[in-house]
Design a protein around this ligand. Structure first.
Ligand SMILES: NC(=O)c1ccc[n+]([C@@H]2O[C@H](COP(=O)([O-])OP(=O)(O)OC[C@H]3O[C@@H](n4cnc5c(N)ncnc54)[C@H](OP(=O)(O)O)[C@@H]3O)[C@@H](O)[C@H]2O)c1
Length: 325
């Protein structure tokens, strides 16, 4: 069996192309996955631009999530065996024929999903679970506002929160994307190019939790629309990280502002998150109340086109690359 594999090579300023590299060998607590499909995420675009370097010890190859079949396992692995069908969160290396994952970052593929659908789960579901449900403490019956509702993260968050019993609002950049958010479970999509979410949400009585990837321009408006004891959860700042706002609102309403980034967390932390997701979110999928929305499927050799699709901003939901035959 060849010990080489195809992987996507990324050099700043150059097109993505396949090249041959050595197939990795699992460490004691790692599994080697024969990749069937790999998810494309906005952080990949940022990494490729040279603004999001892989953390120490992570592969240079991009790719934060895959689905496939366990090929081999490290000596201390107890959870998986060759042949198991898994999806997994990775510190990198997913744009390849084989990828390494810590055993705790892998999860069974929930019925009835395909490899392509399952490859779109780990990065988004773990991020949403961590930020909206754990840190944001979203409860059934509460109101959630998601900025970027048509994104991979947003389409996941809308469905998970609606299945949880929350009343969901979402901002998006076109009317069709707003209608898509509503189809996925939002009570109202808000077109951020033609409407002011602050005015809309004030009219709706305010918000308990906000999931924000936009950053600076929305900070003060977010503080305004949050109800007493509201939670503002940051996962990105696509339009700036330096904020200005009135802290009086934060104090008078006893608000909580949180932020996190998943990739730098420890394997032990990610394993706990994955356990929470398998317990709480996989049943939603089995019951048909949540299904990852796939925008478009490319092959690994088409990585450049997959990235162009995301950078063009017309996508809604997850972009996936199919790997192998
Ligand atoms: N912290 C973490 O652990 C973590 C983990 C994963 C991802 N992330 C971050 O989460 C974000 C989403 O990731 P993704 O992979 O789902 O990317 P994506 O599909 O490309 O989503 C980006 C979204 O941003 C929205 N957007 C841009 N400007 C906006 C504005 N002014 N108001 C409202 N929405 C706006 C876009 O909306 P339209 O297309 O409708 O214009 C688009 O839906 C990225 O910034 C990523 O870095 C963070």
């Amino acid at each position: 069996m060849s010990k080489m594999m195809k992987a996507v090579k990324s050099v700043v300023g150059q097109p993505l192309v396949l090249h041959e590299i050595e197939r990795p060998t699992p460490g004691p607590q790692q599994i080697l996955i024969k990749v069937a499909a790999a998810g494309v995420n906005r952080p990949d675009i940022i990494q490729r631009a040279g603004r999001y370097p892989p953390p120490p010890g992570a592969p240079e190859t991009m790719g934060l999530e895959v689905a496939g079949t366990v090929e081999t396992v490290g000596g201390d692995v107890t959870k998986w065996k060759p042949g198991d069908r898994v999806c997994a969160l990775l510190p990198g290396g997913g744009y390849a024929e084989y990828a390494l994952a810590h055993e705790g970052s892998a999860m069974p593929i929930p019925e009835p999903l395909s490899f392509v659908e399952a490859a779109g789960l780990p990065e988004t579901v773990l991020t949403v679970w961590n930020n909206v449900f754990e840190m944001g403490r979203l409860k059934s019956g509460e109101t959630l506002l998601i900025h970027g509702g048509a994104s991979g993260i947003g389409t996941t968050a809308i469905q998970m929160a609606a299945a949880w019993g929350a009343k969901v609002y979402a901002t998006a950049g076109t009317d069709p994307k707003c209608r898509l958010c509503e189809k996925l479970g939002a009570v109202r999509g808000i077109n951020y190019r033609t409407e002011d979410f602050e005015a809309v949400m004030k009219g709706e009585g305010g918000v308990d939790v906000i999931l924000d990837m936009v950053g600076a321009p929305y900070f003060d408006k977010n503080l305004t629309v949050l109800k007493d004891l509201g939670r503002l959860c940051y996962i990105a700042f696509l339009h700036g990280s330096k904020v200005e706002g009135d802290l009086t609102r934060l104090m008078l309403k006893r608000l909580t502002v949180t932020g996190s980034t998943l990739r730098i967390r420890t394997d032990a932390y990610k394993a706990k998150l994955a356990e929470g997701v398998v317990t709480h979110v996989w049943p939603m999928i089995a019951q048909g109340r949540f299904r990852p929305l796939i925008d478009q499927v490319f092959t690994l050799a088409e990585a450049e086109a997959a990235h162009a699709r995301m950078e063009g901003g017309e996508h809604a939901g997850k972009i996936i690359m199919q790997v192998g035959g």
